[in-house]
Design a protein around this ligand. Sequence first.
Ligand SMILES: [Fe+2]
Length: 278
Amino acid sequence: MIQLPLCWPRRLQLALAHRVSLPLHHFFRLLPGSEVGHNRVEVTNIECRHTPLAGRRAVQISDLHLDRYHPRHDALLVTIAGLRPDWIFVTGDLLTVSEGLPHLFRFLAGLRSLAPVYLTLGNHDHYSGVPLHRLSELADRHKLHLLVNQVIFVPTEGGELGIVGLDDPSLHRADLRCIPPRAPGRFTVLLAHAPNVLDHLDHRHAVDFILCGHSHGGQWRLPLVHPFWLPYGCSGRPAGHHRRNGHQLYVNRGLGWSMLPIRLSCPPEIVVIDWTSS
Ligand SMILES: [Fe+2]
């Protein structure tokens, strides 16, 4: 369980960082065309072996920060539609400011027209000031599954997919007690915003694959150089595959931005998970 409260210097640091980022978000949100490096999206393919789910496909996206609907969001829906997913996972940082709500749910409704959608929350969703009950109400209205320290089971022929959605580990809000025990035929995917969740899982946690975001891949990078800066909660994991205590994690670079609308040597990413026979 990551229930130890954040120490006050860290809370102060995170609150200050958010306060600094807010005017920037309001400013750039009103400047269409200010985004750089967001249009070329990379698709990453991952294979998971589990015979009862063979032939099924999920798409994971992360860090939408969807405060304003751009043409690139329509292009994303077209790309995801072309991938023909059975399920869509969104691992937090849905928006940054509360004014983004109608834009966000326009996009999420588009996703829902493609496949069932499972959402978790990130640090910026909490900082946005949108109350959790408002997000839950809108998710219900749009027939989206918002998972906040909850699990949902999707039955398939001969097995089932368990989808665990944790609240944000970087704010120490994740409660690992919602992870269900192992069961025959079940594949459990864990959705959490921040990669530090991996540091809190041990062999007792029946999790088959973990999907995170939060890092934005560093957002501003030089090719082949480790990112200059990562937000608290990444535990040094900017992107890609990571393993610890027998668990496997993939960190998605996300689709949006924070602070500045610029991605440098760090294209947005869509992750495709294909299940195959063992
Ligand atoms: Fe983010």
